[in-house]
Structures are given as C-alpha cells and as structure tokens.
Design a protein around this ligand. Structure first.
Ligand SMILES: CC(C)(COP(=O)(O)OP(=O)(O)OC[C@H]1O[C@@H](n2cnc3c(N)ncnc32)[C@H](O)[C@@H]1OP(=O)(O)O)[C@@H](O)C(=O)NCCC(=O)NCCS
Length: 223
C-alpha cells in the first residue's frame, strides 16, 4: 500500500488534475475536448457545494483523482448556474480547434446535452411546485463519476484509498446509496467489487456506449 495524502482539490490543482485526467482517461469523450476545457470542468466541479473532488498526493505530486457528488441533481444544477456559460464557451473553443471532437459532439451528445440543460432550467421554473410530502423518506443517492491513478502509481492501493474516502464522505452526509457506472471491461470493476459494490444492471447510453451500473449500500438497516 503506497503512503499518499488524500485531500480535497483546490483551484491551484486544477491544471495538473486536468492533465492527469486527459493522460489516464484519454479515450473518454470529455478528455478529447482537451486540457483547456477540462480545466473549466474541474473548476466548475470544485465550485459546487455538492461536488466531491479529491486528489491523492505522493510527496506533493498529484498521482490520483476521484470525482463524485453527494447530490447529483443539485450538483449539476449548481455547475450550470455558476459555470454554465464558461463551460459552453470552453466547448465552443474545443469545437473550433478540434474538428473530430466537434463532429462527435454533434453526432452523439448535442441533443442529450441540450435536453439536460433544458430540463434543469425547466425544473428551476417549476421549483415552487415541488413541495415535499410530509414525512416522505427520500432516498439520498451519491454518485462516483471518475476515479483514476497515474499509470506509474497504479496497483499500489491508491484507487482503493480514493474510493474509501468517497464512501466515508457519503457516510458522514447520511447518503443511502453510492452509485456509479463503469465500462464492463474496466479494471476498476474489480476494485469496486472488492470494496463491496454490487452490480445492479447494465445501461446503454444514447451514444450507444455500454455501461455496468454498480451500487454501494450505506443505508443503516432499521433494527
Ligand atoms: C482502476 C484504477 C482507478 C484502480 O486504481 P489502483 O490504485 O490501480 O487500484 P488499487 O491498487 O487500489 O487496486 C485495487 C484492486 O483492483 C484490482 N486492480 C487494480 N488495477 C487493476 C488492473 N489494471 N488490472 C486488474 N486488476 C486491477 C486489484 O485486484 C486490486 O486489488 P488487490 O491489490 O487486492 O489485488 C486505476 O488502475 C486506473 O486509473 N485505471 C485506469 C483508469 C480507469 O479505468 N478508471 C476507472 C474508470 S473512471
């Protein structure tokens, strides 16, 4: 097990975290938008009160990152509210500079992203109608969206420490379930299984990518 410091990412970590993200998860769609866009994305993530962004540091060097949220709905709303315009500008810049990225965005994501933003805005307009029902128990679900470790530091227990940190955070915030999706062939699937995540089904995105859905239950059984 490698000795690392695990702490929340702060704005000065954003560029190095973005570079590590693109280096380790280069195949991922948002990585292909480039480091400039990823820096905007990380800044937006860190600004949200519901975002979790932690890094593993070995002698001050960032060697691993975990991104997640303790309340996905509020988190993405917060990102749109505080940084939506900045992210759109970043996407437009990436589209101008990278024609392959532009074509893929238009072909696979544009409709979905537009629909998502419209839903968030519509939700805001209707906010006053959403009164909670008295005594209704609402399940609180957190989401782990990314975990990655520098290729030279993999298989030394760092990914495990990052995911445990997210589980601890969810426990502290009384989250009932921590959820994630991962490509079925990902090496992370073994890590999640070892930590107690259960496979709960598959999912094919509208961009035709297949994912495995996994959940970690934090709910205390009533006894
Ligand atoms: C997946 C990843 C985050 C795991 O982090 P890590 O620090 O390497 O993992 P750990 O050392 O904590 O290993 C935990 C367990 O996962 C398994 N594991 C980790 N990496 C593995 C690999 N490349 N192949 C097979 N099994 C692997 C091991 O069984 C290990 O348990 P063990 O040490 O008791 O045998 C890291 O390897 C990585 O960044 N991979 C590329 C990016 C990625 O796929 N991210 C996930 C999707 S966002």
């Amino acid at each position: 097990m490698s000795e690392v410091d695990i702490r929340d990412l702060i704005p000065k970590d954003v560029i190095v975290a973005s570079k590590l993200h693109v280096a380790v998860l280069g195949e991922e769609f948002i990585s292909r938008a480039g480091i400039e866009f990823m820096s905007r994305y990380y800044n937006a993530w860190i600004k949200s009160d519901f975002g979790v962004a932690v890094g593993a540091f070995n002698e001050g060097k960032l060697v691993g990152v975990l991104l997640g949220t303790t309340d996905p709905g509020s988190h993405y709303k917060s990102m749109v509210k505080t940084s939506g315009l900045n992210l759109i500008v970043g996407l437009v810049v990436s589209c101008i500079k990278k024609s392959d990225f532009r074509k893929e965005l238009v072909r696979t994501r544009l409709v979905r992203y537009t629909r998502g933003v419209a839903k968030l805005l519509y939700g805001r307009l209707r906010r006053h109608e959403n009164y909670p029902i008295e005594n209704e128990k609402i399940e609180r679900v957190g989401e782990l969206t990314h975990v990655f470790v520098d290729s030279e530091s993999q298989a030394k227990g760092i990914g495990t420490q990052l995911v445990k940190k997210m589980i601890d955070r969810c426990e502290r915030e009384n989250i009932d379930t921590l959820t994630l999706v991962t490509p079925p062939e990902s090496s992370a699937r073994i890590l999640y299984t070892k930590l107690g995540f259960k496979e709960v089904g598959g999912k094919t995105s509208s961009s035709n990518e297949t994912y495995l859905k996994m959940e970690y239950s934090l709910a205390k059984s009533a006894s």
